[in-house]
Design a protein around this ligand. Structure first.
Ligand code: BES
Ligand code: ZN
Ligand code: ZN
Length: 499
């Protein structure tokens, strides 16, 4: 679906389909009145997010209880999902919350675009349904005005952002036989070339020699070797090589607002390793790469939106498999910062990969380090499938990320650390154990494990996002399809914009 803004009135626009929102059961409104009788006859009650598709008259009607960005995003998504069949063109009027006009248009576009997604790369017969081009008319529900130039910009922003989210869904949904660590590296390289992002890929030999013993161990049981993928976006276009100081002799450009680094867990498959997962828990573990892919999505969107921020993404890609060369429970691994880790469960592998990637990240000296990972089943138990966890030591940083999630419409909540949980990670023979001695508070103790690899000076610069729940859900929800959601991209972008 392509969205365009037009200065034509809604009635003058000629399209195959029209989307109308019934707001607060106001059947008398000029856009609804002529359908009021038909709606009642069809048993339409006007309840929140109730939808009806009138095929003959080419109308989709969705009712909402409130007119605000959040309900507009949901209503727009509901409308798109209600459409059956293909339509070349559709139209919709503007619905603006007087206090948040720009946010209303952005949210409506996001709902429309994000709900218009199907992963059909592996279907021999593709389903034929959807809208090709959608026009948003300047006619507004209660005659509010928006600057047309501003409207174009917002639509462009929504389009670029949602394209990144859908790219993330595509990659996360790709099966593990195809989406190996090297595939992630190749995909990252290609996208980096397209959007002028720097990209360096390090292989298993480099990972081992760099002293990343924890990351290396996780990948060593697989015939698809691990990769560390380092992407960098510079607003002045100077990215190209990472790790090396810029060699340009031109005058130094203005200092960007901040330097941010995102670390992503990229387990292209997590069998659990020798601590093998039971059958039903293993299915869907192709999504264990979602953190890394989200980091990739964020950097692509940031580059396309030309954010005034220096951004790096470090993707730790590996496959946790079972073989004669797998790492074992009882092994002791040495991370890049010299800390030793006793492996008690090879299924707690994400934190091992992240530990080394976080050490590497800190060497780049960013102002903020955000890691994002499908890290624990405990986080899903704690917050439910649709909510991701925000952890860290800085209350201020956590609260800013939480606000960003609210703004984006993605659901998140903060989870606390405490000293009792930290004690549970004690090992008798190494510096730390990779699992806690109690099964309670698993999301927080995993966060505390990562915290052990954050230097004292960087404690308040770091946040950990556990997206194990919402990154991949078997049933469609809100504007998300069944499968990968691309969650996190819009929250992090919203947070970046607010820096
Ligand atoms: N990839 C899983 C976490 C996960 C669970 C992601 C469910 C998505 C949905 C992770 O590597 C894992 O297996 N964690 C273990 C940790 C435990 C062994 C301490 C878990 O959560 O059970
Ligand atoms: Zn695991
Ligand atoms: Zn995992």
């Amino acid at each position: 679906m392509k969205i365009a803004f037009t200065e034509e009135t809604i009635s003058a626009l000629k399209t195959d389909l029209e989307i109308i929102f019934l707001v607060k059961k106001d059947y008398e409104h000029r856009w609804i009145k002529k359908y009021a009788t038909a709606l009642t006859q069809l048993g339409f009650k006007g309840e929140d997010l109730e939808q009806i598709f009138l095929n003959e008259s080419g109308k989709v009607i969705v009712s909402i209880d409130e007119l605000n960005p959040e309900s507009l995003r949901l209503a727009a998504a509901a409308a798109v999902k209600a459409v059956k069949g293909t339509f070349k063109s559709a139209k919709i009027g503007l619905y603006l919350d007087g206090k948040q006009k720009e946010e209303s248009l952005l949210a409506m576009c996001e709902g429309l675009l994000l709900a218009d997604y199907r992963f059909e790369n592996y279907k021999s017969k593709k389903e034929e349904t959807g809208i090709q081009e959608l026009f948003i008319s300047r006619s507004e529900y209660s005659n509010k005005k928006i600057d047309p130039q501003g409207a174009h910009t917002i639509i462009e922003e929504a389009t670029l952002t949602c394209e990144a989210v859908k790219k993330v869904r595509d990659i996360v949904n790709t099966p593990p036989e195809e989406a190996t660590p090297e595939y992630l590296a190749e995909t990252a390289r290609t996208l980096a070339d397209t959007y002028r992002i720097g990209c360096t890929v390090y292989d298993e030999k480099w990972i081992k020699e760099a002293g990343m013993g924890a990351f290396y161990a996780v990948g060593k049981g697989s015939s698809n070797p691990p990769r560390l993928i380092h992407l960098s976006y510079r607003p002045d276009g100077s990215a190209g090589t990472t790790n090396t100081a810029a060699t340009s002799t031109e005058a130094a450009p203005a200092k960007p607002r901040a330097r941010v680094l995102i670390v992503g867990k990229g387990l292209t498959y997590d069998t659990g390793g020798l601590s093998l997962k039971p059958t039903t828990s293993m299915t869907s573990m192709k999504s264990d790469k979602a953190g890394a892919v989200t980091a990739l999505g964020v950097i692509i969107a940031a580059a396309r939106l030309k954010l005034d921020i220096e951004l790096d993404a470090v993707l730790g890609a590996a496959e946790n498999m079972v073989s004669g060369n797998s790492y074992r429970p009882d092994d002791i691994l040495k991370a890049k910062n010299g800390k030793t880790i006793e492996v008690k469960n090879t299924d707690a592998e994400g934190r091992l990969v992240l530990a080394d990637c976080l050490c590497y990240a800190q060497e780049q000296e960013p102002d903020y380090i955000i890691d994002i990972a499908t890290l624990t089943g405990s986080c899903v138990v704690a917050l439910g499938e649709h909510v991701f966890g925000i952890m860290g030591h800085s209350d201020e940083l956590k609260s800013r990320m939480y606000s960003a999630s609210k703004k984006s419409g993605e659901q998140a909540h903060t989870l606390p650390f405490n000293r009792h949980l930290k004690k549970l990670l004690k090992s008798e023979i190494a510096d730390i154990s990779n699992i806690p001695s109690s099964r309670y508070g698993g999301a927080s103790s995993a966060g505390l494990f990562l915290s052990e690899f954050i230097e004292e000076d960087n404690r308040d610069k770091w946040l950990h996002l556990d997206i194990a729940g919402p990154s991949f859900v078997e049933k469609e929800w809100d504007w998300n399809p069944a499968g990968a959601s691309g969650v996190g991209v819009r929250t992090i972008l919203s947070w970046l914009k607010g820096l």
